[in-house]
Ligand binder design. Sequence first.
Ligand code: NDP
Length: 359
Amino acid sequence: MPPRINIRLRFPLATNLHFTHRTMSTIPTTMKALLIHKQGGPEEIKLETIPVPTLGEGEVLVKVNYAGVNFIDTYLRGGLYPVALPFTLGQEAAGTLVAVHESVKDSKLSVGDKVVAYVGGSYAEYVKVPAGKVFAIPSGVKTSEAAGVLTQGLTALTMLRESHAVKKGDWIVVHAAAGGVGLNLCQIASHFGAHVIGTTSTLEKAELARQNGAEIVVVGGKEGELQAAVNKATDGQGVIAIFDGVGKATFDVNWEILARKGTFVTFGNASGPPPEFSPLKLVKGNWKITRPTLNNFIFTPEEFHTYAAELFQLMHDKHVRLLISHVAPFTAEGLVEAHALLTGRQTVGKLVVEVSKDE
Ligand code: NDP
């Protein structure tokens, strides 16, 4: 490991001896991380010892307490999305800011702060993050909650602002409405005044979606049921937007329920990627289709901070309510089980990995 000469402590020693001392003495040179050497099944996940990342320009180091589990983990692990190997999994982390590169000028960041970060490689004891992708956890929010809400909450919020800017009175469909992103979509869209028609695979999930803002929930994906529910609710007009993270399995039905000038937001592949299609398919209703990714909505530090602040305000005001349904231990077996639950459709809300105790 190169010496850490470029790391500057942000607090004057005299006033923050505890943090500076802890930072100086407790950042080790190696750490545990959950990674893959080969894309494939869950058995490729290994807990290994690797170097603690060295900070570069504009970066900070976070000691991770919790990392959120997201469906995208399974695409990155399984090979749907390409990665450079070896690859440490994980998309978001919350923990303690333990070091700041001297080039970072953001005075809002201080060593010792509890922060949440939108960052790859978060199933690790330490993760380095561009300073612009770190947000101080507001008081009253637990570290586990911050890790649990960031990616899915921001995905829902950004799509409802930018993929289809939802308005009061809009009728929309949210597929997998009791999932992580799904619950956040139901909560935020209903708060914005939209009428949500959700889909789920079970009655229990449907009840949860209802408790979180869905007015109507269609259960089990039986032929014709979603079309009938949409027709009834909208007087045959169809819904003005569809938010679909399921992908392949729901692709065809979406064209039967979309209103004239409606928007099909396809944002994930839980059942497999949607098929290719001709733009001529859009002629029938002057439809729009968009395939957003969160990263492009929160690309700049300003975008990230604006949306993160809005998300935590929504959480403070109880318009976003986090349901953590599973806390996995920081072991290969723990993450394998979490992935199996997620891909087996056995989860609701959010799963997190407890990487280290929250002090
Ligand atoms: P979820 O908690 O929503 O889990 C996925 C859900 O999809 C399941 O619970 C299940 O709900 C439903 N589903 C339907 N068919 C299948 C199937 N064949 N296999 C597995 N699940 C199925 O996961 P997340 O909230 O983490 O992610 C939801 C979607 O959002 C994913 O596609 C993910 O990739 C995407 N996403 C996209 C982002 C972006 O930037 N574009 C960012 C974050 C997430 P049910 O049993 O009720 O049908």
